[in-house]
Design a protein around this ligand. Structure first.
Ligand SMILES: O=C(O)CCC(=O)C(=O)O
Ligand SMILES: [Fe+2]
Length: 321
């Protein structure tokens, strides 16, 4: 099986046409059963918005440290994490920290303190307040415009997913009407020292939530998806595309018919000091949505927020905010 059979490229430009929707849903369903990953083109998010999103994000990450510190993550506040910890820890693996820093905001991060406090009685990243860099000036408006667009796209992908599973298109709507999604930028900084044994740009993991829509720099490479036990396949990097993958909750929702697949970001070749940026949007259900496998009763399910927060805590110690 070639990589594009395992992670197919799907053109969704005709998705407003009813007949074409059925065909797209079928292609998405097949991809989600096989690898849980697909690449979309023709998604309708303007290239100009994506380019600006990339350039403000890159400008931010390459600011002097003293300036970046102003938005550093602290108790109660999201922002910049210099070290994301060890992603592979979420699966119980012990490896050195990932070679990555991240900046993230949540759709819930602008609510007032009391409202955020109500989003689950446990520590969870979506309860943190957003903080925005002052420079570059266009950072915040661009991130907000991008967030709005990618959220709409993710909603439509969920409608197509529902169709693929033989459900009503709006089946997932009331499970995502107060979603706790996040928009994150991963900055894989230049590697000027040899990584430690087992140390990666981003360790092997599965995503937690519903689905992830990821922008990646397409001339860098590094994102790999696992096939079988130890066969890592490069994800096709196509200019103007997004990588879509389903998370654990979506897989649980389908009773395992769809798969949430392990992926990682490997280091560049020795001596290659190029940085790499990726920007995932994690579409995560309402914190109180009950996720039970299709056809099972709610008491067979888990509470989405409790489940995601428990997995998150294995990566980021709760006392780090
Ligand atoms: O950087 C990438 O291409 C993948 C990032 C990723 O898997 C994640 O942030 O969950
Ligand atoms: Fe991921």
């Amino acid at each position: 099986m070639t990589t594009t059979d395992f992670v197919p490229v799907i053109d969704i430009s005709q998705r407003t046409d009813a007949r074409e929707r059925a065909r797209l849903a079928e292609a998405i369903g097949r991809a989600c059963e096989n690898s849980g990953f697909y690449v979309i083109v023709g998604h309708g998010i303007p290239g100009e918005l994506i380019d600006t999103m990339f350039s403000v994000t890159e400008s931010f990450f390459t600011l002097p440290d003293s300036e970046k510190d102003a938005v550093a993550n602290r108790p109660g506040v999201s922002g910049l994490r210099r070290s994301v910890g060890t992603t592979a820890n979420s699966l119980g693996q012990r490896t050195p920290p990932d070679l990555c820093e991240t900046f993230g905001v949540h759709v819930t991060g602008d609510l007032d303190d009391a409202e955020r406090e109500n989003l689950g009685d446990y520590w969870a990243s979506w309860k943190l307040a957003n903080v925005w860099p002052r420079r570059p000036q266009e950072f915040e408006p661009t991130w907000r415009a991008y967030l709005y667009s990618v959220e709409e796209l993710a909603e439509d992908l969920m409608r197509l997913s529902a169709l693929a599973l033989g459900l009503a298109e709006n089946y997932y709507e009331d499970k995502f009407d107060n979603h706790v999604s996040s928009l994150v930028a991963n900055y894989y900084y230049p590697q000027t020292q040899k990584p430690l044994p087992g140390q990666l740009r981003l360790g092997a993991h599965t995503d937690f939530g519903g689905l992830t829509v990821l922008y990646q720099e397409t001339d860098r490479g590094g994102l790999q998806v696992r096939r079988g036990d130890d066969d890592w396949r490069d994800v096709p990097a196509i200019p103007g595309s997004f990588v879509v993958n389903i998370g654990d909750l979506m897989a649980m929702w389908t009773g395992g018919r769809w798969v949430s697949t392990m992926h990682r970001v490997v280091n560049p070749q020795d001596g290659d000091t190029a940085s790499r940026i990726s920007i995932p949007f994690f579409f995560q259900p309402n914190h109180d949505a009950v996720i039970a496998p299709l056809g099972e009763t709610a008491d067979q399910g888990v509470i989405a927020g409790e489940w995601m927060a428990a997995k998150m805590r294995k990566i980021v110690p709760a006392d780090r905010g």
